[in-house]
Ligand binder design. Sequence first.
Ligand SMILES: Nc1ncnc2c1ncn2[C@@H]1O[C@H](COP(=O)(O)OP(=O)(O)OP(=O)(O)O)[C@@H](O)[C@H]1O
Ligand SMILES: [Mg+2]
Length: 371
Amino acid sequence: MSGSRQRLHSEIYIGLMSGTSLDGIDAALVDFRGRRRLLGTLFAPYPRRLKAALLALQVPSRNELHRASLVGIRLSILYAGVVNRLLQRSGVGSYRVRAIGCHGQTVRHAPGFRYTMQLGSPAVLAERAGIPVVADFRSADIAVGGQGAPLVPAFHAAVFRNARVHRVIVNLGGIANLTDLPRRGPVTGFDTGPGNILLDAWVRYRLGRDFDRSGAIASRGQPLESLLDDLLADSYFRRPPPKSTGRDHFNLAWLRRFAVARRRTEDVQATLSELSARTIGRAIARFCPGAREVYLCGGGARNSDLVRRITRALPDGTAVASTAKLGIHPDWVEAIAFAWLAQRRLRNETGSLPEVTGAEKARVLGAIYAA
Ligand SMILES: Nc1ncnc2c1ncn2[C@@H]1O[C@H](COP(=O)(O)OP(=O)(O)OP(=O)(O)O)[C@@H](O)[C@H]1O
Ligand SMILES: [Mg+2]
Protein backbone atom coordinates (compact mmCIF):
# COMPACT_ATOMS: atom_id res chain seq x y z
CA MET A 1 0.00 0.00 0.00
CA SER A 2 1.37 3.46 -0.85
CA GLY A 3 2.22 5.94 1.94
CA SER A 4 -0.80 8.14 1.29
CA ARG A 5 -3.16 5.11 1.19
CA GLN A 6 -1.72 3.84 4.47
CA ARG A 7 -2.30 7.24 6.02
CA LEU A 8 -5.96 7.17 5.03
CA HIS A 9 -6.40 3.85 6.82
CA SER A 10 -4.68 5.00 9.99
CA GLU A 11 -6.25 6.38 13.15
CA ILE A 12 -2.90 7.46 14.57
CA TYR A 13 -2.76 11.15 15.47
CA ILE A 14 -0.31 13.50 17.14
CA GLY A 15 -1.42 16.21 19.57
CA LEU A 16 0.84 19.21 20.21
CA MET A 17 -0.02 21.47 23.10
CA SER A 18 1.86 24.54 24.21
CA GLY A 19 -0.17 26.24 26.91
CA THR A 20 -0.31 29.54 28.74
CA SER A 21 2.50 28.59 31.13
CA LEU A 22 4.96 28.99 28.24
CA ASP A 23 6.93 26.08 29.65
CA GLY A 24 7.25 24.23 26.36
CA ILE A 25 5.62 21.71 24.07
CA ASP A 26 3.72 18.59 25.13
CA ALA A 27 3.44 16.01 22.38
CA ALA A 28 1.39 12.80 22.36
CA LEU A 29 1.21 10.08 19.71
CA VAL A 30 -2.10 8.28 19.97
CA ASP A 31 -3.74 5.40 18.15
CA PHE A 32 -7.51 5.81 18.36
CA ARG A 33 -8.28 2.52 16.63
CA GLY A 34 -10.24 0.26 18.99
CA ARG A 35 -9.17 0.89 22.55
CA ARG A 36 -7.21 4.18 22.59
CA ARG A 37 -3.45 3.57 22.93
CA LEU A 38 -0.78 6.10 23.80
CA LEU A 39 2.18 5.15 21.57
CA GLY A 40 4.58 7.83 22.76
CA THR A 41 4.96 11.15 24.53
CA LEU A 42 7.53 13.90 24.59
CA PHE A 43 7.99 17.20 26.40
CA ALA A 44 10.31 19.79 24.87
CA PRO A 45 10.99 22.83 27.04
CA TYR A 46 11.15 26.14 25.21
CA PRO A 47 14.67 27.42 24.65
CA ARG A 48 15.26 30.51 26.83
CA ARG A 49 15.30 32.99 23.98
CA LEU A 50 12.12 31.69 22.43
CA LYS A 51 10.36 31.84 25.78
CA ALA A 52 11.55 35.43 26.26
CA ALA A 53 10.35 36.36 22.77
CA LEU A 54 6.94 34.77 23.45
CA LEU A 55 6.63 36.54 26.79
CA ALA A 56 7.46 39.86 25.16
CA LEU A 57 4.73 39.28 22.58
CA GLN A 58 2.04 38.88 25.25
CA VAL A 59 1.78 42.67 25.52
CA PRO A 60 1.54 45.34 22.82
CA SER A 61 4.96 46.33 21.59
CA ARG A 62 6.84 47.74 18.60
CA ASN A 63 6.77 45.96 15.25
CA GLU A 64 4.89 43.07 16.82
CA LEU A 65 3.34 41.70 13.60
CA HIS A 66 6.77 41.04 12.13
CA ARG A 67 8.17 39.68 15.37
CA ALA A 68 5.13 37.45 15.89
CA SER A 69 5.47 36.05 12.38
CA LEU A 70 9.14 35.23 12.88
CA VAL A 71 8.44 33.60 16.25
CA GLY A 72 5.61 31.62 14.63
CA ILE A 73 8.02 30.15 12.11
CA ARG A 74 10.60 29.36 14.77
CA LEU A 75 7.90 27.64 16.79
CA SER A 76 6.82 25.50 13.83
CA ILE A 77 10.37 24.40 13.19
CA LEU A 78 10.56 23.40 16.84
CA TYR A 79 7.18 21.60 16.62
CA ALA A 80 8.43 19.68 13.57
CA GLY A 81 11.58 18.64 15.44
CA VAL A 82 9.43 17.40 18.32
CA VAL A 83 7.20 15.42 15.94
CA ASN A 84 10.17 13.81 14.22
CA ARG A 85 11.82 12.88 17.52
CA LEU A 86 8.56 11.49 18.88
CA LEU A 87 8.06 9.31 15.79
CA GLN A 88 11.63 8.12 15.80
CA ARG A 89 11.49 7.14 19.46
CA SER A 90 8.17 5.37 19.03
CA GLY A 91 9.23 3.57 15.84
CA VAL A 92 6.26 4.94 13.89
CA GLY A 93 6.72 6.19 10.30
CA SER A 94 5.33 9.64 9.50
CA TYR A 95 3.22 8.13 6.70
CA ARG A 96 1.24 6.26 9.37
CA VAL A 97 0.10 9.47 11.08
CA ARG A 98 -3.23 10.72 9.83
CA ALA A 99 -2.78 14.27 11.11
CA ILE A 100 -1.22 16.49 13.75
CA GLY A 101 -3.50 18.58 15.95
CA CYS A 102 -1.46 21.67 16.79
CA HIS A 103 -2.88 24.18 19.23
CA GLY A 104 -0.18 26.82 18.70
CA GLN A 105 0.97 29.33 21.29
CA THR A 106 -1.61 31.84 22.45
CA VAL A 107 -0.43 35.45 22.46
CA ARG A 108 -3.87 37.09 22.69
CA HIS A 109 -7.18 35.68 23.88
CA ALA A 110 -9.88 38.30 23.41
CA PRO A 111 -13.25 36.63 22.74
CA GLY A 112 -14.90 39.90 23.81
CA PHE A 113 -13.35 41.43 20.71
CA ARG A 114 -14.20 38.27 18.73
CA TYR A 115 -10.67 37.04 18.26
CA THR A 116 -8.02 34.81 19.73
CA MET A 117 -4.53 34.42 18.37
CA GLN A 118 -2.19 31.43 18.42
CA LEU A 119 1.25 31.62 16.88
CA GLY A 120 2.84 28.85 14.84
CA SER A 121 2.84 28.34 11.09
CA PRO A 122 0.86 25.15 10.35
CA ALA A 123 2.04 25.24 6.72
CA VAL A 124 5.69 25.09 7.80
CA LEU A 125 4.92 22.27 10.24
CA ALA A 126 2.98 20.24 7.63
CA GLU A 127 5.82 20.65 5.16
CA ARG A 128 8.62 19.76 7.57
CA ALA A 129 6.84 16.86 9.22
CA GLY A 130 5.31 15.52 6.00
CA ILE A 131 2.01 15.11 7.87
CA PRO A 132 -1.27 17.08 7.48
CA VAL A 133 -1.85 19.59 10.26
CA VAL A 134 -5.06 20.76 11.89
CA ALA A 135 -4.67 24.20 13.51
CA ASP A 136 -6.65 27.26 14.57
CA PHE A 137 -9.09 25.29 16.70
CA ARG A 138 -10.67 28.22 18.47
CA SER A 139 -11.83 30.68 15.80
CA ALA A 140 -14.88 28.77 14.53
CA ASP A 141 -16.40 28.75 18.01
CA ILE A 142 -15.74 32.47 18.51
CA ALA A 143 -17.30 33.14 15.11
CA VAL A 144 -20.62 31.84 16.47
CA GLY A 145 -20.42 33.91 19.63
CA GLY A 146 -18.46 31.48 21.83
CA GLN A 147 -15.46 31.99 24.08
CA GLY A 148 -13.37 29.66 21.91
CA ALA A 149 -12.35 28.09 25.22
CA PRO A 150 -12.08 25.80 27.00
CA LEU A 151 -12.04 23.18 24.24
CA VAL A 152 -10.98 20.13 26.24
CA PRO A 153 -14.35 19.44 27.96
CA ALA A 154 -15.67 17.49 24.95
CA PHE A 155 -12.63 15.22 25.23
CA HIS A 156 -12.96 14.95 29.01
CA ALA A 157 -16.60 13.93 28.51
CA ALA A 158 -15.66 11.34 25.90
CA VAL A 159 -13.05 9.61 28.05
CA PHE A 160 -13.78 10.39 31.72
CA ARG A 161 -17.55 10.52 32.06
CA ASN A 162 -19.29 7.90 34.16
CA ALA A 163 -23.05 7.41 34.38
CA ARG A 164 -22.80 6.25 38.00
CA VAL A 165 -20.75 9.04 39.54
CA HIS A 166 -20.65 12.82 39.22
CA ARG A 167 -17.08 13.80 38.34
CA VAL A 168 -15.22 17.05 37.77
CA ILE A 169 -11.96 17.28 35.83
CA VAL A 170 -9.66 20.18 36.69
CA ASN A 171 -6.78 21.05 34.39
CA LEU A 172 -4.10 22.93 36.29
CA GLY A 173 -2.29 24.70 33.47
CA GLY A 174 -1.21 28.33 33.45
CA ILE A 175 -4.92 29.00 33.64
CA ALA A 176 -7.08 26.46 35.46
CA ASN A 177 -10.15 25.11 33.71
CA LEU A 178 -12.76 22.65 34.86
CA THR A 179 -15.16 20.27 33.19
CA ASP A 180 -18.31 19.28 35.03
CA LEU A 181 -19.38 15.71 34.21
CA PRO A 182 -22.69 15.07 35.97
CA ARG A 183 -24.06 11.55 35.75
CA ARG A 184 -26.48 12.76 33.09
CA GLY A 185 -27.47 16.02 31.42
CA PRO A 186 -25.28 18.62 29.78
CA VAL A 187 -21.54 18.82 30.30
CA THR A 188 -20.33 22.27 31.27
CA GLY A 189 -16.95 23.82 31.89
CA PHE A 190 -15.05 27.08 32.10
CA ASP A 191 -11.78 28.72 33.11
CA THR A 192 -11.80 29.23 36.87
CA GLY A 193 -8.89 31.72 36.73
CA PRO A 194 -5.19 31.37 37.48
CA GLY A 195 -3.72 27.89 37.84
CA ASN A 196 0.08 28.15 37.83
CA ILE A 197 0.47 31.40 35.97
CA LEU A 198 0.83 33.72 38.98
CA LEU A 199 2.83 31.14 40.95
CA ASP A 200 5.31 31.00 38.05
CA ALA A 201 5.35 34.77 37.52
CA TRP A 202 6.04 35.53 41.17
CA VAL A 203 8.96 33.11 41.63
CA ARG A 204 10.39 34.27 38.31
CA TYR A 205 10.15 37.90 39.41
CA ARG A 206 11.51 37.33 42.92
CA LEU A 207 13.89 34.40 42.49
CA GLY A 208 14.51 34.08 38.75
CA ARG A 209 13.06 30.55 38.79
CA ASP A 210 10.76 29.07 36.17
CA PHE A 211 8.39 27.53 38.72
CA ASP A 212 8.00 26.53 42.36
CA ARG A 213 8.86 22.83 42.33
CA SER A 214 6.25 20.83 44.30
CA GLY A 215 5.09 24.15 45.73
CA ALA A 216 7.99 24.07 48.23
CA ILE A 217 8.17 27.86 48.49
CA ALA A 218 4.42 28.28 48.95
CA SER A 219 4.40 25.59 51.62
CA ARG A 220 6.95 27.56 53.67
CA GLY A 221 4.76 30.69 53.64
CA GLN A 222 1.60 31.87 55.35
CA PRO A 223 -1.28 33.07 53.17
CA LEU A 224 -1.88 36.81 53.68
CA GLU A 225 -5.62 36.95 54.31
CA SER A 226 -6.18 40.61 53.44
CA LEU A 227 -4.16 40.29 50.21
CA LEU A 228 -6.11 37.15 49.39
CA ASP A 229 -9.40 39.00 49.89
CA ASP A 230 -8.23 41.75 47.54
CA LEU A 231 -7.18 39.23 44.88
CA LEU A 232 -10.47 37.34 45.25
CA ALA A 233 -12.35 40.59 44.62
CA ASP A 234 -11.32 40.56 40.95
CA SER A 235 -14.53 40.65 38.94
CA TYR A 236 -13.51 37.64 36.80
CA PHE A 237 -14.19 35.32 39.73
CA ARG A 238 -17.73 36.65 40.16
CA ARG A 239 -18.68 36.36 36.52
CA PRO A 240 -20.93 33.40 35.79
CA PRO A 241 -19.87 31.01 33.02
CA PRO A 242 -19.43 30.80 30.08
CA LYS A 243 -16.10 32.51 30.57
CA SER A 244 -12.45 32.14 29.67
CA THR A 245 -9.32 34.06 30.48
CA GLY A 246 -5.58 34.14 29.90
CA ARG A 247 -2.31 35.93 30.30
CA ASP A 248 -4.02 39.05 28.94
CA HIS A 249 -5.72 39.38 32.33
CA PHE A 250 -3.81 37.38 34.96
CA ASN A 251 -0.13 38.31 34.83
CA LEU A 252 2.63 39.88 36.91
CA ALA A 253 1.40 43.41 36.23
CA TRP A 254 -2.02 42.42 37.60
CA LEU A 255 -0.43 41.03 40.76
CA ARG A 256 1.83 44.03 41.28
CA ARG A 257 -1.21 46.29 41.49
CA PHE A 258 -1.87 44.78 44.93
CA ALA A 259 1.11 46.26 46.80
CA VAL A 260 3.03 42.99 47.11
CA ALA A 261 6.46 44.65 46.98
CA ARG A 262 7.22 44.60 50.71
CA ARG A 263 5.75 41.17 51.38
CA ARG A 264 7.80 38.04 51.96
CA THR A 265 8.25 35.93 48.82
CA GLU A 266 6.94 32.74 50.42
CA ASP A 267 3.89 34.45 51.95
CA VAL A 268 2.82 35.90 48.62
CA GLN A 269 3.44 32.50 47.01
CA ALA A 270 1.26 30.82 49.64
CA THR A 271 -1.42 33.45 49.01
CA LEU A 272 -1.31 32.82 45.25
CA SER A 273 -1.54 29.08 45.77
CA GLU A 274 -4.53 29.68 48.03
CA LEU A 275 -6.06 31.95 45.37
CA SER A 276 -5.90 29.22 42.72
CA ALA A 277 -7.21 26.63 45.19
CA ARG A 278 -10.10 28.70 46.56
CA THR A 279 -11.32 29.89 43.18
CA ILE A 280 -11.35 26.28 42.00
CA GLY A 281 -13.06 25.12 45.21
CA ARG A 282 -15.71 27.83 45.02
CA ALA A 283 -16.34 27.21 41.32
CA ILE A 284 -16.95 23.52 42.02
CA ALA A 285 -19.18 24.19 45.03
CA ARG A 286 -21.26 26.70 43.10
CA PHE A 287 -21.41 25.29 39.58
CA CYS A 288 -20.90 21.54 40.06
CA PRO A 289 -23.11 20.82 43.08
CA GLY A 290 -23.12 17.20 44.12
CA ALA A 291 -19.78 16.34 42.50
CA ARG A 292 -18.27 13.33 44.32
CA GLU A 293 -14.93 12.95 42.56
CA VAL A 294 -12.45 15.58 41.38
CA TYR A 295 -9.60 14.55 39.08
CA LEU A 296 -6.61 16.79 38.49
CA CYS A 297 -4.38 17.05 35.45
CA GLY A 298 -1.81 19.48 34.00
CA GLY A 299 1.53 20.54 35.44
CA GLY A 300 -0.07 21.86 38.62
CA ALA A 301 -0.97 18.30 39.60
CA ARG A 302 2.76 17.97 40.46
CA ASN A 303 2.50 20.87 42.88
CA SER A 304 1.71 19.08 46.14
CA ASP A 305 1.15 22.33 48.02
CA LEU A 306 -1.48 23.39 45.48
CA VAL A 307 -3.11 19.96 45.47
CA ARG A 308 -3.32 20.03 49.29
CA ARG A 309 -4.95 23.45 49.23
CA ILE A 310 -7.43 22.44 46.52
CA THR A 311 -8.38 19.36 48.54
CA ARG A 312 -9.03 21.58 51.56
CA ALA A 313 -11.05 24.08 49.53
CA LEU A 314 -13.49 21.45 48.23
CA PRO A 315 -16.79 20.52 49.86
CA ASP A 316 -16.37 17.84 52.54
CA GLY A 317 -16.42 14.29 51.25
CA THR A 318 -15.12 15.12 47.77
CA ALA A 319 -12.53 12.57 46.64
CA VAL A 320 -9.47 14.06 44.93
CA ALA A 321 -7.09 12.14 42.67
CA SER A 322 -5.08 12.62 39.50
CA THR A 323 -6.43 11.53 36.12
CA ALA A 324 -3.86 8.70 36.29
CA LYS A 325 -6.53 6.89 38.29
CA LEU A 326 -8.78 7.10 35.22
CA GLY A 327 -6.06 5.81 32.92
CA ILE A 328 -4.43 8.97 31.57
CA HIS A 329 -1.29 10.42 33.11
CA PRO A 330 -1.99 14.05 34.11
CA ASP A 331 0.89 15.38 31.97
CA TRP A 332 -0.66 14.20 28.70
CA VAL A 333 -4.40 14.85 28.91
CA GLU A 334 -4.27 18.14 27.01
CA ALA A 335 -1.95 16.92 24.24
CA ILE A 336 -4.11 13.81 23.75
CA ALA A 337 -7.16 16.10 23.64
CA PHE A 338 -5.69 17.96 20.66
CA ALA A 339 -4.92 14.68 18.89
CA TRP A 340 -8.59 13.79 19.48
CA LEU A 341 -9.78 17.19 18.25
CA ALA A 342 -7.74 16.68 15.06
CA GLN A 343 -9.50 13.35 14.58
CA ARG A 344 -12.88 15.04 15.07
CA ARG A 345 -11.90 17.58 12.39
CA LEU A 346 -10.90 14.94 9.86
CA ARG A 347 -14.17 13.16 10.46
CA ASN A 348 -16.07 16.44 10.10
CA GLU A 349 -17.41 16.00 13.60
CA THR A 350 -17.99 18.89 15.98
CA GLY A 351 -15.39 19.51 18.69
CA SER A 352 -16.92 22.31 20.74
CA LEU A 353 -19.69 22.15 23.33
CA PRO A 354 -21.91 25.25 23.09
CA GLU A 355 -22.98 24.79 26.73
CA VAL A 356 -19.32 25.28 27.63
CA THR A 357 -18.21 28.07 25.33
CA GLY A 358 -21.53 29.92 25.11
CA ALA A 359 -21.62 29.64 21.31
CA GLU A 360 -24.87 29.54 19.37
CA LYS A 361 -24.09 26.04 18.11
CA ALA A 362 -21.43 23.35 18.02
CA ARG A 363 -18.85 23.74 15.25
CA VAL A 364 -16.35 21.55 13.44
CA LEU A 365 -13.10 23.02 14.75
CA GLY A 366 -9.81 23.71 13.00
CA ALA A 367 -8.36 24.32 9.56
CA ILE A 368 -6.56 21.56 7.65
CA TYR A 369 -3.16 22.11 6.04
CA ALA A 370 -2.26 19.34 3.59
CA ALA A 371 1.20 17.78 3.74
N1 LIG B 1 7.18 19.53 39.64
C1 LIG B 1 6.38 20.61 39.59
N2 LIG B 1 6.06 21.28 40.73
C2 LIG B 1 5.28 22.37 40.71
N3 LIG B 1 4.75 22.87 39.58
C3 LIG B 1 5.01 22.25 38.43
C4 LIG B 1 5.82 21.09 38.36
N4 LIG B 1 5.91 20.69 37.06
C5 LIG B 1 5.16 21.57 36.35
N5 LIG B 1 4.63 22.50 37.17
C6 LIG B 1 3.80 23.64 36.80
O1 LIG B 1 3.06 23.32 35.65
C7 LIG B 1 3.25 24.29 34.64
C8 LIG B 1 3.11 23.66 33.29
O2 LIG B 1 1.85 23.03 33.24
P1 LIG B 1 1.09 22.74 31.91
O3 LIG B 1 2.05 22.41 30.85
O4 LIG B 1 0.02 21.78 32.23
O5 LIG B 1 0.41 24.15 31.64
P2 LIG B 1 0.21 24.93 30.30
O6 LIG B 1 1.41 24.81 29.45
O7 LIG B 1 -0.22 26.30 30.70
O8 LIG B 1 -0.97 24.19 29.61
P3 LIG B 1 -2.51 24.56 29.36
O9 LIG B 1 -2.63 26.05 29.25
O10 LIG B 1 -2.82 23.87 28.11
O11 LIG B 1 -3.27 23.97 30.44
C9 LIG B 1 4.61 24.89 34.93
O12 LIG B 1 4.73 26.20 34.43
C10 LIG B 1 4.65 24.84 36.45
O13 LIG B 1 4.00 25.95 37.01
MG1 LIG C 1 2.73 23.37 29.15
